[in-house]
Structures are given as C-alpha cells and as structure tokens.
Design a protein around this ligand. Structure first.
Ligand code: BES
Ligand code: MN
Ligand code: ZN
Length: 503
C-alpha cells in the first residue's frame, strides 16, 4: 500500500535543525561523520564521549537514540552505525538508511531530518544518493494491510510520516531530481508488491486488466484488453488451453507508452500473469501452495514498470503485454498428453500441465512480433529449478543476444537488482523433443530453468529477446512473506539507459 511518507529536500545544519529527530552517521573506529561532528561540537563532546564509552561502536546498522541533547534544537538525535569508512558502498549506505528507518518505527518522532546523504558513497552523485535513499526508505516502510480489519491495521499515527533529506546548498536542485526519480521508482515497486500480495480471489485476471485500464486513464497511455473470443481468432491455442480449466475469464492486456520518437522501435515487456497456479491436472503438492498467488509477479513487474516510466514521463517507446489467467484443475482442464496448436503454428505436447507459464508466454511472444520490437524482455516466475540454481538473490537471465544480456546485467548491477546470465546453448534443445508434436512442454528435471528458456526461444527467433526468471526473487517466504517488487528497478534502469542513449 501507499507509504504515507512525506519527503522534502533541505539545506541546513544538524545542530540547528528543528525536527523531532535528526539522523547522523558514525563510522567504526570512533570516526564521526561531518554532521555527527557538528552535533558533537554543539553538545560539548557528547557524541565522542558516547562513542568512547562503547555505547555506539559504529558497526553497520547499529543505532542509538539520544533524547534532549543540550545545545541541539531537535528533540532527538539518532546515531546510525556506518561500518568501516573504507567499506562504505551503496549496499552499506542502503543498510544504514534501512536501520535508521527501523529505529524510528513506532517511536514518538513523526518527522525527521536525515544527514546520511552527506556521506561519500563511492563516486555516487547527490542525485543518485537521494534517489536511492527515497527508494530504500519506501521499501523499508512498505506495509500491506489493505485487507486487514481496521483495528489490526498498523497504527498510522505512530512512527515516521515525514522525512527531510539534508544536502549542501549546491546539491539542492539535483537532490530534488533524485527525489523525483526515487519516488517514481518506489511507486512502481510498491504497485508490483501490492499486486503480488493481494489474495488470488481478489487479484484475478479481470482485476489485473482493470488496474491496467485505470492506469492508462490516469497517465494517458493506451491500454487494450483482449477477451477470449479475440484470442481464439488470433489462434492462441496454447494460452487458451491453460485458461480453459478456470471459471475466471482469461485476459490479454496490451499497454503502450509511446513517448519516444515516432520511428523508434519499441521495447516490449511481456509478463507472466498466472493469478493462481495449482499446477492444473498435474496438481502441485499442498505445502505452501498459497505462494502460487505470486505467479503473476512477472505481470505485476510490467505494470509496476509502466507506473514508474509513466510517472517519469520517460521519452521512450515501451509496450507491455500481459497474458493472464488461472491454472486450475477441472473437468474441462487441459490434460497431460494433450497437443495444442500455438499462435505460431508450432504444436506442443503437454506432458505436465504445471509447466503452464511457458504455454501462456509463447503466444504472447508470438503476438509481440507485430510491434517490430528493438528487443523483447519477458519476466516470469517460471521455474522452481531457477530457485535451486540461483537461490533468492539473483534473477535468472537468458537471452538469444549477448549484447542485450550484458545490458540487462549492467542495469541490474546499477539498480541493485541483480540478474545472472545462464546458458541457453543448443545442446539443451533436444530435451524438448516430442514423439507426438513439434515440441514438448517440459525437458526433464535437470537444468529445468534452462529447458524452460529453450522452450520460449522457439518462439522468439524474429527479434532480440531476453527472459528473466524471477521465481526466486519476486517474493520472500517465511515470516516476512511478501512481494519484493523485483525486477522493477532492473527494468526501469534498462529502459532509462536505452532512452538516454537514443535521445
Ligand atoms: N509457477 C511455477 C514455478 C515456481 C515454482 C515458481 C515454485 C516459484 C516457486 C511454474 O508454473 C511451475 O510450476 N513450474 C514447474 C515446471 C515443471 C513442471 C517442468 C516447476 O518448476 O516445478
Ligand atoms: Mn506451474
Ligand atoms: Zn506457474
């Protein structure tokens, strides 16, 4: 849900700043940041004393709240540990920002001014530091309580509701631009999280289509939703075969953000939108099946990225394509052994109805040809095998073009939303051979994320294409279960970089 944080950019000094709380950093080895030194000087050496006594060791993520410090205008001073100065990279910066937010949850301070943007973080500009800070603050304070009973909702009158980011006077205007970027990205990330977190009885294919239409209205971009009859006419036999076991009607969403030059070929983003994946007739085991509500996170990342680029008014042509349906077992559901005819004409033998993502994506990838794309990137919670291969940190990246793969890897590095390049050699292709159709929909357990990508590659021969398997990165399980909003940061960075290159 929308975080209620109100951001502003300020240019003041830590001792004189009048707020509920000022946030300043302390490195290890008793090294105070500039603003910590200013507080120290104004408070007759209090900070240095505390550090000497060992109550703030400067370890990364350590925090210490001080109240009513004499000589300081604000009611509170929050000291945040920064770790070793030499190790202070983007990651450490984000961790320190997160720690400061954690220390302020449910406290009495409702507004704070942070001096953490003054810290040197590698060679980052003030603009980038501020955008990263806003993005991190909103990620850390995100809460999903839209569907809880009112009394159970997080108390909205406690904790932080306004954060001023302090910068030097020469940095104010770039900081404002950075803040706008960070807020635009956070809006997309937050939307992707929300859509993922919504229960599958609410977030249906129809709901996703409504969200897309509403967003198109708000921002003024074109949105089209194709219904079952139109999909039949297009010959999307593969997509429709997945949808046929469900009472929920399938939707095929097309969004067009055309803010680049008229003759500029678009990038097409294709998102897997299975709003619930039971496995179909090849039914999944019961444990953690609820998490298969997240099987539309590819679609959510496309919607989120559209929200971000529309908010930024990015001067670039981007088309979003979302095939969305449920994968349910039913008297009419597709059976293992069924042979489908895809929109491309290739026939597919379904050996496992739980390998449904590729079945809906292949028709969407064929549909994408009509846009004469400069590149197509699909995003999908496609395989459990990808989670086994890469765990929960890296998104799996597959591509038929090494330049495109490098671009996406770099975007992921820059956005701190990393992917890892996986092989997709022809050697793997025979694993998809079928005795009864052109291609089988599974290639066996070994290398499962690779054979899934190989399946998609059969439908993407006409353009440069990359596939992002986000099965391990789109949400986290366990106590902190929830959508992550990934890979909206990666996709946004990729599009922004391409837009900058073309303008
Ligand atoms: N949506 C799942 C992939 C998935 C599983 C993502 C677990 C995250 C966690 C996908 O539709 C699926 O079921 N894939 C099968 C493919 C297999 C039948 C070849 C899988 O990974 O087990
Ligand atoms: Mn499945
Ligand atoms: Zn699935």
């Amino acid at each position: 849900m929308k975080s209620s944080m109100e951001f502003s950019i300020k240019n003041g000094t830590a001792a004189k700043e009048l707020s509920d709380c000022v946030i300043v950093g302390v490195y290890e080895a008793q090294k105070l940041s500039n603003s910590a030194q200013i507080i120290d000087a104004a408070s007759a050496g209090l900070i240095a004393n505390i550090v000497k006594r060992g109550d703030m060791d400067g370890k990364l993520e350590a925090t210490l709240m001080l109240h009513n410090v004499s000589g300081i205008a604000s009611e509170r001073v929050l000291l945040v540990g920064l770790g070793k100065e030499a190790d202070f990279t983007e990651k450490q910066f984000c961790k320190a920002v997160r720690a400061s937010m954690k220390a302020l949850t449910n406290g009495g301070a409702s507004k704070a001014t942070t001096f953490l943007a003054e810290l040197a973080v590698m060679k980052l500009s003030a603009k980038r530091k501020v955008s990263l800070m806003a993005e991190t603050v909103l990620d850390a304070t995100y809460k999903f309580d839209a569907i809880k009973k009112k009394d159970d909702k997080a108390e909205t009158n406690k904790g932080l509701s306004a954060l001023a980011i302090n910068v030097t006077d020469t940095e104010v205007s770039e900081a404002k631009a950075g803040l706008a970027d960070g807020l635009a990205l956070a809006a997309g990330v937050s939307l992707a999280k929300d859509l993922g977190n919504l229960p599958p009885n609410v977030c249906t294919p129809t709901y996703l289509a409504e969200q897309a239409l509403a967003m198109g209205k708000t921002f003024g971009f074109k949105v089209e939703v194709l219904e079952r009859d139109a999909l039949e006419k297009l010959g999307m036999g593969s997509f429709l075969a997945v949808a046929q076991g469900s009472e929920e009607p399938p939707k095929f969403i097309i969004m067009q953000h055309l803010k680049g030059q008229k003759d500029q070929k678009p990038v097409v983003l294709v998102g897997k939108g299975i709003t619930f994946d039971t496995g179909g007739i090849s039914l999944k085991p019961g444990a953690e099946m609820d998490e298969m509500k997240y099987d539309m996170c590819g679609a959510a990342s496309v919607l989120g990225t559209f929200k971000t680029i529309a908010t930024m008014d990015l001067a670039f042509n981007v088309i979003g394509v979302i095939p969305t349906c449920e994968n349910m077992p039913d008297g009419r559901a597709t059976r293992p052994g069924d042979v489908l005819t895809s929109m491309s004409g290739l026939t597919i033998e379904v050996l496992n109805t739980d390998a449904e993502g590729r079945l809906i994506l292949c028709d969407a990838l064929t549909y994408a040809e009509r846009f004469e794309p400069s590149a197509v990137v699909d995003i999908a919670t496609l395989t459990g095998a990808c989670v086994i291969a890469l765990g929960h940190h890296a998104t799996g990246l597959f591509s038929n073009n090494d330049h495109l793969a490098k671009e996406l890897l770099k975007a992921g590095e820059t956005a701190l939303d990393r992917a890892w390049h996986m092989p997709m050699w022809d050697d793997y292709q025979p694993l998809l051979d079928s005795n009864f159709a052109d291609i089988a929909n599974i290639g066996g357990r070994a290398g499962g994320s690779i054979t899934a990508a190989c399946f998609l590659s059969r439908f993407t021969k006409k353009y440069d294409w990359a596939h992002l398997d986000i099965a391990g990165t789109a949400w986290v399980s366990g106590k902190a279960k929830g959508g992550t909003g990934r890979p909206v940061p990666l996709l946004t960075e990729f599009l922004v970089a391409r837009a900058n290159k073309s303008n």
